[in-house]
Ligand binder design. Structure first.
Ligand code: NAP
Length: 281
């Protein structure tokens, strides 16, 4: 069972739930995708997400903005989508151009529509164990661990990377499931000694084949969240195969799960809003 298989089951479930919601309430879930500029990778990611939405019966409303858009203009656009009752989820494709204050733009998303889990509200809710939307990639990794029957409780979990959208929330979700969590980053001393003690190792570095086989504990569960040019992960796949009990491939591992969680959370948001729960705050 690959990440693609687990993601497909999730996408099918979201499609069924979207169909039921339309039948029961007349509300079709709608995801707004906001893209600033024309970065080719971002254009492709947004197209993939919209394509998946269409296949699941979820409406997507695309809002393309020129790369010269200011922070104030982007914030105003996102606030308007937050206030629009026909939009249930908002995805701001990142990274945004460097002149934009990305945090200010994220914070303009109503937490009830933060289906990509990027606001500080969503992060705090996750950290405190309150209902809210998880950051999609870490949320997808937790669903993968569950699908593979990996129980985090009591395990040493090491997350290499501490970005706000991936590494940090990943560690929080593992902690919430009672793993003993260590974060590594660019200032970590003797990284191989830390990764070699991991029962569950999550690579979220953004450097091709950065984690070597000899730095992995025999029998470890290794999740490669990296996605580098040429479909290359952050783990040396061949070397890791000799040690790991379970290793996610790139592509076909974590990547498909990210979109599956985005759609799942869009249907969740639409369901709550259709029931009258307009705001999470
Ligand atoms: P990011 O914001 O660049 O963060 C990279 C993290 O790695 C930082 O915390 C950085 O440490 C750490 N790091 C960099 N060099 C290191 C080194 N030599 N030793 C130890 N740590 C080091 O990247 P990101 O957005 O989290 O993405 C990470 C990877 O995941 C990328 O390959 C990205 O494409 C992939 N990704 C995949 C998906 C998906 O859907 N599959 C989604 C998101 C991201 P400092 O904090 O100290 O700088």
């Amino acid at each position: 069972m690959t990440g693609t298989d687990v993601a497909k089951a999730g996408l099918d479930r979201s499609a069924r739930r979207a169909r039921d919601l339309v039948a029961e309430t007349g509300v079709r879930p709608c995801l707004a995708t906001v893209l600033v500029g024309e970065d080719p990778a971002s254009v492709t990611y947004v197209a993939m997400k919209r394509n998946r939405c269409a296949r699941a019966g979820i409406e997507s409303r695309h809002v393309p903005l020129p790369s010269a858009t200011t922070t104030a203009e982007l914030v105003a656009t996102i606030r308007a989508l937050s206030a629009d009752p026909s939009v249930h989820g908002i995805l701001l494709q990142h990274p945004v151009p460097a002149h934009i204050d990305e945090r200010a733009a994220f914070e303009a998303i109503d937490p009830a529509k933060d289906v990509d889990g990027v606001t500080m509200w969503s992060f705090a809710a996750m950290a405190f164990g309150y209902p809210g939307f998880a950051s999609c990639t870490p949320g997808g990794i937790m669903r993968l661990l569950d699908a593979y029957g990996v129980e985090p409780a009591g395990r040493n979990a090491v997350v290499v990377g501490r970005s706000p959208i991936l590494g940090k929330p990943m560690g929080m979700l593992l902690l919430a499931r009672d793993a003993t969590v260590t974060y590594c980053h660019s200032k970590t001393a003797d990284l191989p000694a830390v990764t070699a003690a991991a029962d569950i190792l999550v690579a979220a570095v953004g450097r091709p084949q950065f984690i070597k086989g000899q730095d992995i504990k025999p029998g470890a569960v290794v999740i490669d969240a990296g996605y580098n040019p040429g479909n290359v992960g952050d783990v040396d796949f061949e070397g890791a195969m000799e040690r790991a009990r379970l290793l996610t491939p790139v592509p076909g591992g974590v990547g498909p799960m990210t979109i599956a969680v985005l759609l799942e959370q869009t249907v969740d948001a639409a369901t709550r809003q259709a029931a009258g729960g307009a705001s999470a705050t």
